[in-house]
Ligand binder design. Structure first.
Ligand code: IMP
Length: 447
């Protein structure tokens, strides 16, 4: 039997979104990072947007793990991330200009690179899907509503393999030239209309070599690094990007992102086995939001009362995308969806965010089932066609009038706000460990 504590006892934690992204993971990662040694990102790319407010200063991070804001911690970008070197450079410059020490950032040599043609391709595909929708007018074809950050094309190239560029390749100009040549040649024959400037091989090579020089000091084999740290008893906090319902396998396909956002992505996206993760914190908002296309059964939209409630929540919650600035679609809390996400992630506790946004409403509605073809089910339907046909079945709860941003322990919440939290706990079957009642670090209830 091994004497090594970490071989038998999980020392790592994970933070994962239980809805369609934007659940407030940045704040929760920031809170939990205090008791961990390393924060590691395992999926996604610059499509994510994590906002953290530290001492009144708001930081918006897309690619760099939020752990970077703690000077003594390592912040690791794992192999499962698709890395846009331009965005990385901008984010590093922005952090350094505000006095943040970025020396703890480490990048996997096996992370795939988002190349300029991936971004061009993402936009061209979206544009052609949009035209197809407008021509068909049948609603069966639609653009995904991506962030146009090249995420899908970069992951597609990873799976296609031949022309894919990984961070390690950026440091080897000979093989880099060959790979770029393959990637450009396949695009020239693809039929997608891309700006020819994005397919200039000499310029691409020069850009990629420059990107390599930027990243070189941070590059490591992060699978060995992270596993050695675990063996040494260090605690890793895995930070998920996007949300479980955007997971390429478990989300509302095809209106999903290109990566494994649920915790199974930790194994593939870092090389650390998931059984090292003992604590899995699921982050959920007190209502639902979604950016881009795809079903949102509880959506509050339209010219009537529903739309007005949706507008109120959007404005109070500042529900505009951190990455693209798009207004987010808003809906009532969908517990069918949350229960499903809790199941596929093995969630051990919940962080409930944005509860303060619901203050001032007479009634709040919570979806606890779907009506499909005349029958009520409590099963989520992780497929866009089926979910698009589901009609929400609601339970109405009394709203809470008072502003709750000053509450610091659960007992300080008004009775009806506390009842809302308890309703979630009882229906989901997992304790709510953290309640966030405002954007600041201090506006958090943990007991
Ligand atoms: P992509 O990740 O840019 O390919 O976009 C695919 C879908 O995921 C679109 O509906 C995006 O709006 C959505 N999406 C991607 N990342 C996030 C996120 O961090 N928060 C919310 N939605 C996201």
């Amino acid at each position: 039997m091994s004497e090594n504590h970490s071989e038998t006892h999980p020392v790592c934690s994970a933070v994962v979104g239980l809805q369609w992204g934007d659940e407030g993971k940045g704040k929760v990662v920031d809170l939990l990072a205090a008791t961990h040694d390393v924060v590691a990102r395992y999926n996604g790319g610059a499509n994510a947007g994590h906002s953290v407010v530290v001492q009144g200063q708001r930081f918006s991070l897309h690619l760099i793990p939020s752990g970077i804001l703690y000077p003594s911690k390592l912040a690791v970008i794992g192999n499962g991330v698709v890395l846009d070197p331009d965005k990385l450079g901008q984010e590093l410059d922005g952090l350094r200009a505000r006095g943040v020490d970025t020396s703890g950032l480490i990048v996997s040599d096996r992370a795939h690179v988002v190349m300029p043609y991936h971004k061009a391709e993402d936009a061209a595909r979206e544009d052609s899907l949009k035209s197809a929708r407008e021509e068909a007018q049948a609603g069966s074809v639609s653009e995904i509503g991506t962030t146009r950050r090249g995420i899908g094309p970069a992951y597609a190239e990873k799976v296609q393999r031949a022309g894919a560029v990984r961070v390690g390749d950026l440091l080897r100009p000979e093989s880099l030239k060959e790979k770029i040549g393959v990637a450009v040649a396949t695009r020239r024959t693809s039929g997608l209309k891309l700006d020819p400037a994005t397919l200039d091989e000499a310029k691409l090579l020069e850009w990629a070599i420059g990107a390599g020089e930027l990243i070189r000091p941070m590059v490591q084999d992060t699978a060995y690094l992270l596993n050695n740290l675990v063996r040494a008893g260090k605690r890793i906090l895995f930070e998920s990007a996007n949300g479980t319902l955007l997971d390429v396998d478990h989300g509302t396909y095809p209106f999903v992102t290109g990566s494994s956002c649920a915790i199974a992505g930790i194994g593939t996206g870092t090389g650390v086995p998931v059984q090292r993760v003992g604590r899995v914190v699921g982050v959920m908002k007190a209502y639902s939001t979604r950016v881009g296309a795809g079903p949102l059964p509880t959506e509050l939209a339209g010219p009537g009362e529903a739309g007005a409630i949706g507008d109120r929540i959007r404005n109070r919650g500042r529900e505009f995308g951190t990455t693209t600035g798009r207004p987010r679609r808003v809906g009532w809390l969908d517990l069918v969806a949350v229960r499903y996400s809790v199941m596929v992630n093995g969630i051990t506790s919940i962080a409930l965010t944005m509860l303060d946004v619901l203050a001032g409403m007479e009634t709040v509605r919570v979806c606890t089932g779907y009506r499909v073809g005349g029958k009520v089910t409590d099963r989520f339907l992780p497929d866009a066609v089926s979910l698009g046909r589901a009609e929400p079945v609601y339970e109405n709860l009394p709203g809470f009038a008072d502003e709750i941003g000053a509450a610091r322990i659960r007992r300080e919440l008004p009775d009806r706000a506390r009842a809302y939290v308890e309703f979630i706990e009882s229906r989901v079957g997992v304790p709510v460990e953290i309640v966030s009642v405002g954007p600041d670090r201090e506006q958090t209830i943990t007991s």
